[in-house]
Design a protein around this ligand. Structure first.
Ligand code: ASP
Ligand code: MG
Length: 413
């Protein structure tokens, strides 16, 4: 007998029929003797709908009231789910964030979980109930309802699995698992069977949207095995787990791309102490996140400084930099909104050299220019012209043989 936390996303509970189907699926597990804790999202589209209502009411909606409003989406699905279980003849109870309690800080609309009282849940489980818990919400020290930020139900599920010391946390969604790359642009994309927390963190931060990144960080910290799988099939999905020897021998496990960034270049700034600080302090003061930074080698006493920001921050950043240009003595400023970041990720890179050069070679064979590069222990990212994104992803996917079951052969070891 196991204690299993399962989370179902908005598309899995998008209608009364779908909620009934989820209840049936949960009951099948319950009948095997497992203790079931079910975290639900709001019905698909509901959180957007509520956000729209708030925006129609107040120019910048009060964040406390926003949380009171947004949390209702999940309240609906858990109550309906509990009813579905009862209708099928089983005992069930729904719990909201403050009924559990899921304690958070008081940062409305992006609160962080501080701790969870698991007693109430255990009591209900011991009475033989299926327990369903509203995702995405909590309560602060003063009793205010808080929410965890969009996509936060994944985090609720992993945090509950950690608090309850569950045997596993299963995240049910509308895809079969985590893929080697985006199946929408590469038809050879393959479902990954097992992936490490660190790789998943990179993939999530680079734009693979199956799992909310905060939940992956939490899963790593508490060593919660996470199984991402489809609500609509019985197939095994992807296990996100601690790194093992087999993973280490796979050089590249996934390829991602991201079209959310833009590039800015400041031409010919004085190459002297303080220049970089003068440029990047005002940008960070404006809460703009800078991703890659490249400073060219010196040409006389001058250098070029190139960096990327979120595309949505491009205009604001350009304004800030243009104001600075005179003060720092820059020659000119150029920028490009139409770039893409393509990345290869794999824990095997830690012990192997040559991934970056292989990547450059593959891109060059396709006639794709690499504009910027950044690397981490388990990732190489290249900035390229946006219009070559799909070509780059497919070429890299082929070259690193990700379409094949890339379990290591003896000679690779
Ligand atoms: N319902 C919330 C959202 O749409 C939380 C979640 O689904 O994870 O962002
Ligand atoms: Mg989600």
């Amino acid at each position: 007998m196991a204690l299993i936390v399962q989370k179902f996303g908005g598309t899995s509970v998008g209608s009364v029929e779908k909620i009934k189907a989820v209840a049936e699926r949960v009951i099948t597990q319950y009948q095997k003797g497992h203790k079931m804790v079910i975290v639900l999202s709001a019905m698909s589209g509901e959180t957007d709908r509520l956000t729209g209502l708030a925006n129609a009411m107040q120019k910048r909606p009060d964040t406390r009231e926003m949380d009171a409003l947004l949390s209702t989406g999940e309240q609906v699905t858990v109550a309906l789910f509990a009813m579905a279980c009862m209708e099928a003849g089983y005992k069930a109870v729904s719990l909201l964030g403050d009924q559990v309690s899921i304690h958070t800080d008081n940062v409305h609309t992006k609160a962080r979980i501080k701790n969870i009282d698991s007693d109430v849940i255990h009591n209900h489980l011991n009475e033989g109930k299926i327990v369903t818990i509203a995702g995405f919400q909590g309560v602060d020290d003063d009793g205010n309802i808080t929410t965890l930020g969009r996509g936060g139900s994944d985090t609720t599920a992993v945090a509950l699995a950690a608090a309850l010391q569950a045997d596993m946390c299963e995240i049910f969604t509308d895809v079969e698992g985590v893929y080697t790359t985006d199946p929408n642009i590469c038809d050879k994309a393959r479902k990954i069977d097992r992936i490490s927390y660190d790789e998943m963190l990179e993939l999530a931060s680079l734009g693979a949207k199956v799992l909310d990144i905060r939940s992956v960080g939490l899963a790593k910290r508490y060593n919660v095995p996470v199984h991402v799988r489809s609500t609509f099939t019985e197939n095994i999905g992807t296990w996100v787990v601690e790194e093992d020897k087999i993973m280490e021998s796979i050089l590249v496990s996934g390829i991602t791309y991201n079209k959310n960034e833009a590039r800015i270049t400041i031409k010919k700034v004085p190459d002297q102490p303080g220049t970089a600080a003068k440029i990047f302090l005002p940008i960070s003061d404006a809460n703009i996140l800078v991703d890659m930074i490249i400073q060219n080698t010196r040409d006389g006493h001058m250098t070029d400084m190139t960096f990327t920001v979120m595309r949505s921050d491009y205009d604001r950043t350009l304004e800030i930099v243009e104001k600075l240009a005179a003060e720092i003595g820059a020659d000119s400023i150029t920028g490009d909104k139409h770039i893409a970041k393509v990345s290869v990720v794999g824990v095997g890179m830690r012990n192997h050299s040559g991934i970056a050069s292989t990547m450059f070679h593959i891109l060059s064979k396709e006639g794709i220019n690499v504009e910027m590069v950044s690397t981490s222990e388990i990732k190489v990212s290249c900035i390229i012209d946006e219009k070559y994104t799909e070509l780059a992803v497919r070429a890299l996917h082929d070259a690193f043989a990700l379409d094949r079951d890339n379990l290591p052969s003896e000679e690779n070891n």
